[in-house]
Ligand binder design. Structure first.
Ligand SMILES: [Cu+2]
Length: 218
């Protein structure tokens, strides 16, 4: 008798449970539905109503919430390997999103210049669409320690001076400033940068932070 009563209670609890799962919105109605069948078998069952009630009630509708999927972290582009130039030139690109890339569109954190070269030419192309005044790019070669000073002096030179101080002694070599769709080149005397510690960067105000890489002779 007890077994069947318990079984029926369990069954009722399950029914209440599944009902709760299906319709959780009208809570007051749901309670009535859950309680009514729970009290019915009381005359037969030995258990008091008070005990059967909690059996039907703690039917927590299982929250079918899937855990928030964390967005995968964007791959850091800085880990790109150094671009080793084949021959004595390198094709560098500039974009409307203020980045230097190689011909394949990959970041260029470093350009390795073969020590056998007398001059090293960087062929630069602005592959974007924005005009020089808004998103101009150039390629300037200077000692790493001088980059900030060259950039600051360049800001003073303004757009008329291509954001580069005329005759800046800290500048080893520099291309002209170009806008979207334009090309330019810069020739670097390898003997001048052989000692190491030289960088290439864009002197347009603010660009150096992103458009900046190492120029290493090996
Ligand atoms: Cu730039």
């Amino acid at each position: 008798m007890k077994k069947t009563a318990l079984a029926s209670l369990l069954l009722l609890a399950l029914v209440a449970c599944s009902k709760n799962e299906q319709t959780t919105q009208p809570a007051p109605v749901e309670n009535k539905v859950a309680e009514q069948p729970a009290t019915q078998p009381n005359p037969v069952a030995d258990l008091p109503a008070a005990q059967s009630a909690p059996a039907a009630e703690p039917a927590p509708a299982p929250v079918a919430e899937t855990p928030a999927v964390e967005p995968a972290p964007a791959p850091v582009a800085e880990t790109a390997p150094a671009a080793t130039a084949t021959g004595c030139s390198f094709d560098l690109k500039g974009t409307d999103t203020m980045t230097y890339t190689d011909a394949a569109g990959k970041p260029v954190p470093e350009i390795v210049v073969p020590a056998s070269c007398q001059d090293f030419t960087i062929n630069f192309e602005h592959t974007g669409k924005m005009p020089k005044a808004a998103m101009g790019h150039n390629v300037v070669i200077a000692k790493s320690a001088d980059v900030k000073a060259v950039s600051a002096a360049g800001v003073k030179a303004g757009v008329k001076g291509d954001y580069l101080q005329a005759g800046d002694p800290k500048v080893v070599a520099a291309s002209k400033m170009v806008g979207g769709g334009e090309k330019t080149t810069v020739k670097v005397p390898v003997a001048k940068i052989k000692e190491g510690g030289y960088d290439f960067f864009c002197s347009f105000p603010g660009h150096e932070i992103k458009m900046h890489g190492k120029l290493t002779v090996k």
